[in-house]
Every structure is written in C-alpha cells, then in structure tokens.
Design a protein around this ligand. Structure first.
Ligand code: ADP
Ligand code: MG
Ligand code: MG
Length: 892
C-alpha cells in the first residue's frame, strides 16, 4: 500500500485518500499554480495509525523518501543549522472541518537553525525568532496538549513589559526572550525540553494530526454534521513560505464570490506581515482584499487571475488561502467553498446564466435543508427599532435570546428551555457545544471567514461577527454607554449584521412570501427569489415522486396548495372530535344503550361532513386521504388524575356529580398500560359499532355535495393500524355498502386503502393489498414498533447515549432507518405491488419531509411523500435532486 503522495501525484478526485486539502493542493500543483512543494500522507495511513499505533509498516520509510525528495527540490535540508528547510504539518480530511483539527507551522526550527533562518532572510532576526516562538506555541498546544492560554499569557506579559499592544511591536530581542519563556512553559507542562531534532519534531506533529481526528471537538463536529467517524484525516507536509517577513509580505483568505449573499465579485481579508492563523483568529483587524491592490498590485493581479482560473476549473465558488512572501504569491489551499443557503441558490442560478452548468447540475448544488433555512422568519422592522450596533452578517437568520458569555452557560440555559445568544470576543473550537445550544452567536472580532462565521454557516445558525463596538468583559458587554448584562435579551440579524436590544418581532421570509403569493412586487426581481423559483420549477419537472401534504383543516390545505402540494396524504380526523364537540364524544363513550350511542354519532355526522367538504373544496381536483379515527378514545376524556381529584373534592363537600362519576368509571375502565399498543385504530372501528360508518358516510356525503356543485372531489379513505387483511376486509365491506348507498349515480369515486404502520402489515403486504387500493406508510408508528421504542419515552431518556455511541448517526424518527424500518417499506412495496399492480404507495410519517428520507423513498419507488405544509417545497426540491442525482453519492 502506498501511504505518501507527492503533490504532483494527486488530483482533486482523490479526497477519500488525500483529504480535501491534499487533493486540492495536488490539483493546483498540476494546474501550474504557485504551490509550495510538499507531499500528503494518506487517510489510510491515519486509519492504520489509529488502529495499530506508532508502528505502521513502511510508513516511516515512505516519509523518508518523500522528505529527501522535497529537500533535494528545495536545495535545503529540514532544520539544517545553516540553511534550514522548514515545513508545515497540516491536517486535511475528506470533509472540511474548519478549525477542528490541527496544523503546525515552522517545523524544523531549533536553537541551532533559528540563526540559519535569520541569515536566509537577509539577517532578519526578528522574523526568525517570531517564527520560532510560533512553532513552540503551536507544537506545545497541538502535539503536547500544553494549555494555549499559558503561551498567550506569556505573550501578553511581554507586550505589557514593553508597553505595547500589538505583537508586531516586539523586536528581535523581545521575541528571543519570549522563546525562552515559551520553552519554560513547554518544559513545565511536558516534563521535557522542546525537541531539538527537526525530524523528531515532524514525526511528532504528524502523529498529533492523526490523533486530532479523535479529539472531542472533532467528534462532536462530525456528529453535528453527520460526517462518518471512521474516515480519518490525511496529513500534508508543505515547504514553508513566509508572510511574516515584513511589510511586503502577508497572508490572506478569499472567496471567488461572496459566500454570504452569492453576489459576484471576489471577497476576502488580508493581513500584512502575518502568518497563518492570524487572519482568521482576528488577532489584528484585517484589510479588505481590495486594499491589497494598492499595497502590491502585481500579487493582487496574479491572485485575481488565479481565482478566475480556479472558478473556471472547479465550475463553482472557491475559497482560497494564500501567502505573499516578499512580493511573491503562494497558494496554500483551495476548495469549493462553503456558503449560506441564499448564496447556494443565487450562485447556482448565476452559473446557469453564465453557461457554466445546466439546470440539472444546479439542482445538485442546493439542498432541501438550505431551502428550509431560507424559509426561516426574518425580523419585522416595521416598528423601526434602532440597532444597538452592527457587525458583519455572517450567517443569516433572525435570532433573539438571553445573552450568555460562555459555552457552558449557553448549554445550561438552553437545557432549561431558554433561547440564548452566545456573545464572545471570538469563538474557538472549544465553544462548539455552546454554539450548538445557542439560538445565535455574536462576536466582537473576526469577519466572514472567522471560526464563528464558518461554523455557524455550516450549522445554519444565525451569526453576527466582528461587531467591534461590542466590548465584552466578564458577564457584561458594553456598546458605548449601553451596558448589557448576562440574561438581558438581544436580537441579532445574521443577514444585515444588526444587533438590537430586546426581542424584535419576526415576519415570514421573502421565500415564504413568494410561496404564499404575497411577495411585495418591489421584491419580485429579487435574485434569490428568482433563483429559488427557477430551481424548484426544474425540480418539479424532473421528479418522479409526487408531494402531498399532511393537513387537517381547510386553512392548512390551502396554504399547502400554495406551497405546491399535490393533494393531502394524511388528514387526521381526531382534532374534529375536540373543542365544543368533546361533549358529543363523551356522550358516545358513556352511551349505555345502542340508542344513546347512535344519537351521539348522528349528532357528530353533519359536523364531520362539513369538515370534509371544506377540505375537499380547498383540494378540489386533488386526492385527499382521510384517516379514520386513530387514537384511543380515552384520549378525548379528562385524565384519570384530574377526574379522581374532582370527584374526591365533590365528595368532601358532600356533593355528587353523576356525570363526573360516570366519566371517572369510564376512564378507569378504559385505562391502558400501553395505549400506543392498545384499543386504537382499526380496532376501535371493529369494536364500536357505527363509529367508522359515521365517518365514511360523512366523507361520501361531502364528496357528493362537492360534485353536485361541479367540483371534483377525490377522497381516499385510509384505515389505520391494520395488521391483518381480515381487519381491513371487515371495515371495507361495511364502507363499500355505505358508499354505494350514498353515492347512487353521482360520478364520485372513493378509494379505500390502509396505513402500513404495524410490522405485521408490512410482512403480509401481499395479502393486505388484495383488500387495499393504496398503502400509506405511517413511518412514525412503523419506526416505534419496528424498534420497540415508545417515542415519547425514549427520545429524552436515552437517545443521546445511542447517538453518542454511534448506534445511530441520527434519530430514526428524524431520518428513516433504511436498514430496518426501510426494509419493511421495501418488502411491503414489492409484495404489495406484486399482488396488485397499480397499488398506490405513499408515505405520511414525518419522514416525508426529511431530505435523506425523501431520497430513500424515491429509490424504493413510492408514488408520493406527504409532509407538513412548510416542508412541501423542501420535499419537492429533494425529490427533484434524487431524480437527477442517480448515483446518490455525497449529497451533503
Ligand atoms: P486549516 O485547515 O485550519 O485552514 P491549514 O492547514 O490550512 O489549517 O493552515 C492554516 C494556515 O497556516 C494556512 O491558511 C496558511 O496561512 C498557514 N500555512 C499552512 N501551511 C503553510 C506553509 N507551508 N507556508 C506558509 N503558511 C502556511
Ligand atoms: Mg486552511
Ligand atoms: Mg399511526
């Protein structure tokens, strides 16, 4: 097995093996761009190291060989005392995990080679000692777990001693002393001296990068982003170039288009006389990229040319990291850049306009999750709230919450159900738990490329960065005279970057207004709305799955139709038994005689007919699947505790209420240990005479009424919780009789089908299909029953542990468990269709609106998915994506 690849040997398609950074460094090298020479140690080597420990067969020899070649190419030897080669040792996994893993710069510097480095730089002692102190700091932190603040404290002390604020104001002698101080910190924490053998430094750094794959924060980030845990990271060893050689040097990051809005035109930050992380860490305030043109026009022009080359080559927005060493530009990284949801749509549509990609490809460049983010509400600024301050809108959305200043407090408060805004000077990877817990993130330093910005965008979390008027100290922050304490409420707008005191009301997003058809005409040409319209329309033209909605009322049905629903896949009837109808339901449940019961049902029937008529009207011409009553009837009665107390109190006062006592007796009689597995669904219909019949009659009458008005109702009656064909046959026989009687010669047609939500139904689908014109997979119950989970109990009790252990990567209630529950769906699909060709198949669980699940249902070959109204556009998009993206790979 080959463990090490020279940059000239790789290419961008080898991300699995070389990681994203290594693969793209190789790609740039082969494009002839100025990349410092180097090599990549593969993810396979990392996996072997994490499995076998230090002695991976053949690895050391291969590294030797490549290091020797690099030394020959550079004409310098690693850490040589007179003329040292220095390298960076950089992590780089298949999926980018910003700031999660480690990089060590200036490897090869020792007490001996620091003088050689100075000579190389024309006697620049300051530069050499600055590089050395950075190595000790990064090496200490990364390789030996020395707490980073120890170094920062020492640096701070050095600056205070000298009476300066900026590290560029420290001279060579100061930095030399700082190196001594750093070495002391290092020795105190590790029990040994800072290693003076360059090769030993490099080997230790490589091993540390391998290990960083399993650091807590990396594990947490992967879980959050659903990145598999077993990929490992590659390690890149790259000849150092120096941005800290003086005013004609510097380092920067850039995007080929704005990653927040998608607007055309380069965007970036530059910092003169700096190295590596200085730009993203927000240590000094950066310059806008445009300023570089004035400082160093030649490098700027070359950078623009290279960025155009990269965009043309990758056919997408790229982000890059570069360094200028004494007027010479070096490319240190590129990748197809992360972007906001809005930018993803806008850029995809731009690239179609530019003739770079076609609409099918545009569809693969956006996700349902991103569309979901665009449907988030925005702040309603009608009341003209004045902003407290303003930063950079780094990740869009509107968020409010109580201010907290630490990750721990954010986690605590969020666990107590409070929305919080995490306010920090800047974030670092240790803040990740708090960032996940918070509603939004506000920092006083850093721009769109800072840690906070990048991570928040990845999570779709609202973030405002670089609000530099915000002065954070302890548990307060101030803006001018205004003091904001921990626990005060603020609102932040991740699009405009504005920060408001108090809770600002929110309104629907432009995209939602567009769906609703009430977008302000002035915004009709909004590039984002136009892009969403265009891509979603294309998805509709490509998708095989139809998209219906779950809706129980006319209002929901109408909204869903505006969002593009092609019918109702699940209309629950239980809410129709609540409110002022409760009394009738109680009468039904308490009925002592057939006459009592029939009277209650007869009173409910016209109400039900009106419910259905309203929904059929809204969905005129489209199918409406109505589920016959499903929950156990005791759910409609007051709770046992409530009644028992009420009756006891009555007794105490010497009163008796006959109705309450009968209710209490009924509730006692009907009490179930496991209501989810008890008297409900079809079982109710078989036990309580006339109940289903009443609903069937109401459905048929409503349909006939609409047809008489000239409408085109398409009812589908769905029987819940069927496990055996005999159950369905019994219900069906009665229903058919009633339907025939009601319909007479009206042109109405009513289908009868069943939910598949009990595992036995899936396993006997061939039999059940004989009596069903359609199946609708109730994947919530199917998941509960396939796993033996009671959802309400398990999610809080132990799912966190299962997620932690990796038993599932995501809750099976969120995304379909393809191997288990999905297998039941496949079996029922195949056997159902074999028994009845033309059997209609759909899904009505919450999975119907989950992007990954939609893809699965497309692959299984269902006819439609049904989801809540707000998820309809998401399902439309994902169904389109699934249809064009046949290989199904890498749809993150
Ligand atoms: P990350 O994955 O966190 O971006 P990198 O490996 O890209 O970490 O390293 C961070 C920064 O360190 C780079 O953006 C670059 O500025 C600097 N750097 C890395 N390698 C070199 C090198 N060979 N020469 C100069 N600077 C380097
Ligand atoms: Mg980088
Ligand atoms: Mg169910």
């Amino acid at each position: 097995m080959k463990f090490v690849y020279d940059f000239s040997e790789g290419n961008k398609d080898l991300k699995d093996l070389l990681g994203g950074k290594g693969a793209n460094l190789a790609e740039m090298t082969n494009l002839g761009l100025p990349v410092p020479p180097g090599f990549t140690i593969t993810t396979e080597a990392c996996r072997a190291y994490l499995r076998d420990g230090d002695h991976v067969d053949g690895l050391a020899a291969e590294i030797d060989e490549h290091l020797t070649a690099l030394e020959r190419q550079m004409g310098r030897r690693l850490g040589d005392a007179d003329d040292p080669l220095l390298v960076s040792v950089r992590s780089g996994a298949k999926f980018s995990m910003p700031g999660m893993m480690e990089t060590v710069l200036n490897v090869g510097l020792t007490d001996a080679s620091v003088a050689g480095l100075s000579r190389q730089a024309g006697g620049n002692d300051r530069f050499a000692w600055d590089s050395y102190r950075r190595l000790i700091q990064m090496f200490g932190k990364t390789v030996c777990d020395v707490p980073g603040h120890e170094f920062e404290d020492a640096l701070h002390e050095a600056k205070t001693a000298k009476g300066v604020t900026d590290d560029v104001q420290l001279d060579a002698a100061d930095l030399r002393e700082l190196v001594a101080a750093y070495k002391k910190v290092f020795a105190e924490h590790t029990g040994h001296e800072f290693p003076q053998d360059p090769r030993d430094q490099m080997d230790q750094a490589v091993a540390a990068v391998f290990r960083s794959w399993n650091a807590d924060r990396a594990v947490l980030y992967r879980r959050q982003e659903r990145i598999p845990t077993d990929l490992g990271t590659a390690v890149n060893v790259v000849a150092m170039v120096f941005g800290n050689l003086g005013a004609d040097s510097g380092t920067g990051v850039a995007f080929t288009r704005d990653p927040a809005s998608g607007e055309q035109g380069v965007y970036g930050d530059y910092l003169a006389n700096a190295q590596g992380e200085d730009v993203v860490a927000g240590i000094r305030n950066t310059l806008a990229l445009a300023e570089l043109e004035k400082l160093d026009k030649r490098s700027y022009d070359e950078l623009m040319r290279i960025m155009a080359t990269l965009e043309g080559h990758y056919r997408d927005l790229c982000d890059i990291e570069f360094t200028i060493e004494r007027g010479k530009l070096w490319m240190l990284q590129t990748r197809v850049g992360k972007r906001t949801a809005a930018a993803a749509f806008t850029i995809a549509a731009q690239l179609v306009d530019e003739g770079v990609i076609d609409l099918d490809e545009a569809l693969t460049r956006v996700t349902g999750a991103q569309l979901g983010q665009l449907m988030f509400p925005r702040f309603d600024l009608a009341g003209d709230p004045s902003a407290l301050t303003r930063g950079v809108g780094a990740s869009p959305g509107a968020a409010y919450g109580e201010v907290v200043f630490t990750s721990e407090r954010a986690v605590e408060a969020a666990a107590g159900g409070k929305p919080v805004i995490l306010v920090r000077r800047e974030t670092n990877p240790d803040d990740l738990p708090g960032m996940i817990a918070a509603n939004g993130i506000l920092t006083s330093r850093g721009g769109k490329t800072s840690h906070a910005a990048v991570v928040a965008r990845g999570m779709g979390k609202t973030c405002v960065c670089g609000a530099d008027q915000v002065a954070v100290s302890g548990t307060t922050f101030t803006v001018g005279e205004t003091v904001v304490e921990e626990g005060d409420v603020i609102s932040i707008d991740g699009t405009t970057g504005r920060v408001y005191l108090g809770e600002v009301p929110v309104r629907p997003s432009e995209v939602v207004q567009y769906f609703e058809g009430d977008l302000d005409p002035a915004r009709a040409n909004d590039p984002l709305v136009a892009a969403v319209h265009r891509i979603l329309t294309h998805a509709d033209s490509r998708r095989a799955l139809r998209v219906r909605t779950n809706a129980d009322t006319g209002t929901d049905a109408a909204r869903a139709r505006r969002f593009g629903a092609q019918g109702i896949g699940l209309c629950r009837t239980e809410h129709m038994f609540l409110g002022d109808r409760r009394e009738l339901v109680e009468r039904l449940i308490l009925a002592r005689t057939d006459t009592d019961r029939d009277a209650a049902l007869a009173a409910l029937q016209p109400l039900q007919r009106a419910d259905f008529l309203e929904i059929f009207r809204e969905m005129n011409g489209l199918p409406v699947t109505i589920r016959l009553i499903d929950p156990p009837l005791h759910e409609f009665l007051p709770s046992l505790e409530e009644l028992a107390v009420r009756v006891a109190v009555q007794h105490e006062h010497g009163r008796r209420d006959e109705h309450d006592e009968r209710l209490l007796a009924a509730v006692r009689r009907m009490h179930e240990q496991n209501p989810m597995l008890g008297l409900r669904g079809v079982r109710l219909g078989l036990v309580i005479p006339g109940l289903f019949a009443m609903q069937v009659r109401a459905i048929a009458e409503a349909a006939v009424a609409l047809a008489a008005e000239g409408g085109a109702p398409r009812p589908e009656i769905m029987v819940p919780l069927v496990g055996a064909v005999q159950e369905l046959e019994t219900v069906r026989a009665e229903a058919e009789r009633i339907i025939a009687e009601v319909i007479g010669d009206s042109p109405v047609e009513i289908l009868i089908g069943t939910m598949i939500e009990v595992p036995r139904a899936a396993l006997t689908a061939g039999q059940i299909a004989e009596a069903a014109e359609f199946f609708s997979f109730g994947t919530n119950d199917l998941t509960q029953m396939a796993w033996g989970f009671s959802r309400d109990d398990v999610e809080g009790a132990f799912f966190w542990r299962y997620l932690e252990l990796g038993i599932f990567g995501i809750s099976p209630f969120e995304s379909i468990d393809a191997d288990g529950v999905g297998r039941l769906v496949r079996i029922a699909t195949e056997e159902g269709r074999a028994a009845r060709p033309g059997l209609k198949l759909g899904v009505c669980g919450e999975h119907g609106g989950d992007p990954d699940s939609v893809r699965f249902f497309h692959e299984v070959g269902l006819d439609y998915v049904s989801c809540s109204p707000f998820r309809v556009p998401i399902a439309r998009l994902e169904a389109g994506r699934a249809a064009v993206d046949t290989d199904g790979s890498d749809h993150r």
